[in-house]
Write a protein that binds this ligand. Structure first.
Ligand code: ADP
Length: 483
């Protein structure tokens, strides 16, 4: 079995040492494209997590006081190491996660870009000198690293989701205890190796695999962990917010979405279809910003559906490691069954399948990319996240109706609209209750802009200048008696 150029680590990083679980137990990791077990990772729990937190706390004392230039230099080296290993890292990512190689290469590249962005952005993390109401005082506002950060990441972007958390934390002078998702641990563990290779001190980055409840529980319970950053389901995010109360931690939460993709009659049809394909089918529909609901105005509806169905049918489904494949397998059988249940529910309520609708002939967790029309607000995907390659198309008549339908969800992460009406663009900006809006764009994630949701989609932002804020504490100091 390949070890992906030494980048597939089967131990955990605690205080600079690569170790197994205390129990000696390990968890198998499979390749969703083949069903093969590709390796095992430690099944760690609370005791190992407590040691990692202790190591991170000890390391914080020095790390938080290092020269900014030193931290920035290490981050630039980390950026370069990621890109030097991009191909092997992408292959490892595809092997454990299933996404096509071209997407995996892109994920490594954007992860590296986050590292570089925060290396640059930390230089602008300025404080303030505030005018004092009296002549004998000076008022200073300074910014400081929050402390030890707990980072819990999901399986759909196992590399770049950690990048968005590690990079600002390390830039700010925080130390980290990270827990990657059990389904895709290798793309997380390798960050530990690369950090070590480029010279990050022991204890600054610690990475554990194993029971989510045990590791998550220890992170949440520890008074030494001052901030928790989580990407995953809204359900788990809510549980973590509750658990954070006892120690009053800062939290940032990137949770679920229910993205609307609105196509108006005046849209450029070619651009709308191209945007729809990327907004829907990237990572087999398994991203929190993937379109969940297409709302298409009646004048363009039939033409859009025809073109979307043709493009959907043309997608090449297969093992993501093979050249030319555009759609890999889904992450696991639960994901397949959820999509199947949603399709059955919709058909039962009057929807029609235009293309796909069934498990793919490849077997395993492959699923046919699917387009359904006649979607209504009674169907399960109107309110629940699909997280699969299913395009559900709703028809609408007026802009007001589309905006109201788009907002009729507790989520508020990404939204998309295709239109050439400038005044409407600004009505959408004000009317759509979403943290992110793509106008005539189906892919909007970029390191320079704040990624994050409103409502039950989350708290805090990742990327942009805002992405540093959660890792910095503000202190106010009054200096009195200056005469
Ligand atoms: P997803 O469906 O994207 O896997 P989850 O919310 O289930 O979303 O998982 C996201 C991350 O949260 C994973 O690393 C998972 O192991 C972790 N996780 C799941 N349940 C808990 C929990 N109770 N406490 C802490 N972390 C958890």
């Amino acid at each position: 079995m390949s070890d992906f150029g030494g980048l597939m680590l089967e131990t955990n990083l605690i205080g600079g040492d690569w170790v197994g679980a205390d129990s000696g137990k390990a968890i198998p990791v499979n390749n969703p494209a083949t069903g093969e077990i590709i390796g095992h990772v430690p099944d760690c729990g609370a005791a190992e997590t407590d040691r990692a937190i202790a190591a991170a706390s000890a390391a914080f004392k020095n790390w938080s006081r290092t020269d900014l230039n030193y931290r920035v230099g290490l981050l630039h080296k980390l950026h370069d190491a990621l890109l030097q290993n991009q191909e092997a890292l992408a292959q490892l990512l595809t092997a454990e996660q299933g996404k096509p190689l071209f997407e995996a290469r892109g994920e490594i590249a954007i992860g590296a870009a986050y590292v570089r962005w925060f290396a640059e952005e930390i230089r602008r993390a300025k404080g303030e000198i505030v005018p004092s109401p009296t002549a004998d005082r000076r008022l200073l506002v300074t910014r400081h690293p929050v402390g030890v950060v707990g980072a819990i990441t999901p399986w759909n972007f196992p590399s770049s989701m950690l990048a968005r958390k590690l990079a600002p934390a390390l830039a700010a002078g925080c130390t980290v205890v990270a827990k990657p998702a059990t389904a895709t641990p290798y793309s997380g563990l390798v960050w530990g190796k690369l950090c070590q290779d480029v010279g990050f001190p022991d204890g600054v980055v610690n990475i554990l695999t194993g029971s989510a409840r045990a590791i998550g529980g220890a992170i949440m319970a520890s008074p030494d962990v001052r901030k928790v950053t989580f990407t995953g389901s809204t359900e788990v995010g809510k549980a973590l917010i509750r658990q954070s109360a006892d120690t009053v931690k800062k939290v940032s939460m990137e949770l679920g979405g229910n993205a609307p993709f609105i196509v108006f009659d005046d849209a450029d049809l070619d651009a709308a279809v191209a945007g729809a394909m990327v907004a829907k089918y990237r990572n087999m529909g398994q991203t929190c910003v993937c379109t969940n609901r297409f709302y298409v105005q009646s004048g363009i509806h039939d033409a859009f559906v025809k073109r979307l169905a043709e493009a959907t049918e043309a997608l090449v489904v297969g093992n993501g490691a093979q050249d030319g494949v555009q759609q890999g397998p889904m992450i696991d059988m639960n994901a397949v069954e959820k999509v199947e249940a949603m399709i059955a529910d919709a058909i039962g309520k009057g929807a029609s399948v235009v293309t796909g609708g069934q498990r793919h002939g490849n077997g395993g967790t492959y699923f046919q990319p699917t387009v359904l029309t006649g979607a209504t607000s009674e169907m399960s995907f109107a309110t629940d996240e699909i997280f699969g390659p299913l395009s559900a198309v709703f028809k609408f008549e007026t802009e007001e109706e589309a905006i109201a339908a788009a907002n009729a969800t507790e989520y508020g992460l990404a939204s998309y609209a295709y239109t050439n009406d400038l005044a409407r663009v600004f009505r959408l900006n004000e009317g759509l209750h979403y943290g992110m809006i793509g106008i005539n764009a189906g892919l909007i994630t970029t390191v320079e802009a704040p990624f994050g949701g409103v409502k039950e989609s989350g708290i805090g932002k990742e990327g942009g200048s805002q992405g540093l804020d959660d890792y910095l504490e503000t202190k106010y100091m009054a200096v009195a008696g200056l005469g």
